[in-house]
Design a protein. Structure first.
Length: 444
């Protein structure tokens, strides 16, 4: 199924279907993540600029970038949702009108808010932008959702603590024009809807202002007052645990169930993740939303950096992994294709080394709307250019270090973000991802 979330075509499609395919909403922390989210099938992206978002450590866009970001996304038929969901303090409202006007003028499609004051100002200063209620608002019942709707919200991002049964019941009590969005993949927070004070208490960096240091992932032991230096492990019992490590969410196998209960948008978490993560996860969810067997793509979600997977609160209490805070990371992004040209019976690819690979390495090829293929990297050469300027909106430019570009045969491609070339047995498109299996599957 070809699916777009934009315009009258989407509205007509939704109106004509009892259970329409949910919109796929992906994170975009910067230009590269944005481009790969779009390339691999996102219907919409969500992002922050330099203020009022909850991922201050992410590579966020500047407010001045926003018109170009929106233009790029709209040129590809993709919506842009801007997060304005940090905890609002009195001083924030001095700058918020200017900020919201800029979002409105940039042509963004929606703002995500969690504060009633921010919603009030968004109605006044961004009148052309839809208002979505962030999961930070902890909306978990129809009465709360209806209040937000009466105040101007067009979409609710459900509290992550809701079960499938809860969401289905809430959907039945709401007008159809009020859309529901849910998270389906990514890191889970141990606090209610991410509203956590532990980071602020331990480090002075507040999660509700976008500066979470993730102390729930740290290793803790108990110390008894009269036995200093004697540490006791923190263990989980049948009642659960607290400042411990939550499993990552993975709902790939349950997208049809979410569609049947009336969910309008499914959302991937990960604005602190790199483009390799975004591309892989978006590709898997896009393929399954378009009708592929979830079992055929379940393995794809194992190739990116993640903690052990669970299904959050959808089917009962969420689970934790108290034994370790390590990530499972079985693959690296090895190569990003910039050019592919025929060379006799093979194809010569030129692109950027992202992580080390060798002459003869077996690489896996990830491309939109295609099955994963494997090939060997043969006749690997380094291309010694002085500089590679990459702009996802333009063709990359490189300046040769000699009058004639040279290809120097090498046994190992190990200079990150420098140009290499090698032969493969089939053609690939620009920005196809080549990945390589790691020797070690875990990393801190």
């Amino acid at each position: 199924m070809t699916f777009s979330s934009l315009g009258a075509a989407y509205g007509a499609y939704k109106d004509s279907q009892e259970h329409p395919t949910p919109e796929l909403l992906a994170p975009a922390g910067g230009w590269e993540q944005l481009a790969y989210a779009i390339r691999f099938g996102a219907d919409a992206v969500y992002l922050a600029t330099d203020k009022f978002g909850l991922r201050k450590r992410a590579t966020n866009f500047s407010l001045e970038d926003l018109p170009q970001v929106v233009g790029y996304a709209h040129d590809h038929g993709v919506h842009v949702h801007v997060t304005v969901n940090a905890q609002m303090h009195r001083a924030d409202f001095d700058d918020l009108p200017r900020y919201l006007r800029a979002i409105d003028e940039a042509g963004a499609d929606a703002v995500l808010v969690s504060d009633l004051g921010a919603l009030r100002m968004a109605r006044q200063y961004a009148p052309h932008v839809q208002i979505h209620v962030s999961t930070q608002a902890s909306v978990s019942n129809a009465q709360s959702a209806l209040v937000w709707h009466e105040l101007g919200a067009s979409r609710i991002v459900c509290a992550r603590e809701m079960s499938m049964e809860d969401i289905a019941a809430m959907r039945e009590e709401l007008p159809r024009e009020l859309e529901l969005e849910v998270f389906v993949h990514g890191a889970m927070c141990m606090a209610i809807s991410g509203r956590c004070l532990i980071s602020d208490y331990l480090t002075g960096r507040s999660a509700t202002d976008g500066n979470c240091t993730q102390p729930c992932r740290w290793k803790y032991s108990l110390v008894e007052e009269k036995r200093p230096g004697e540490f006791f492990p923190v263990e989980e019992d049948e009642r659960g645990s607290y400042m411990l490590n939550a499993k990552d969410m993975n709902m790939l196998a349950h997208l049809d169930e979410l569609r049947r209960i009336g969910v309008d948008s499914v959302k991937i978490e990960g604005r602190n993740k790199r483009a390799f993560y975004v591309a892989t996860v978006v590709n898997a969810y896009r393929q399954v939303l378009d009708g592929a067997d979830p079992a055929a793509f379940a393995g794809e979600l194992e190739t990116v950096s993640h903690r052990p997977y669970g299904t959050g609160f959808y089917f009962g209490p969420a689970h934790q992994t108290p034994e370790s805070d390590a990530y499972i990371r079985p693959y690296d992004w090895a190569f990003d294709v910039l050019e592919c040209e025929p060379k006799g019976d093979v194809w010569r690819v030129v692109g950027l080394c992202r992580n080390r690979f060798w002459e003869g390495s077996e690489l896996e090829v990830l491309a939109p709307h295609e099955p994963v293929r494997t090939c060997l990297a043969l006749n690997v050469c380094h291309m010694p250019y002085e500089e590679v300027v990459i702009d996802e909106r333009e063709r990359p430019q490189w300046q040769p270090s000699s009058p004639q570009p040279l290809e120097m045969p090498v046994n190992c491609a190990n200079r990150t973000m420098e140009l290499y070339a090698f032969d493969i047995p089939f053609p690939v498109e620009r920005h196809t991802i080549f990945r390589i299996q790691r020797a070690s599957r875990t990393t801190k």
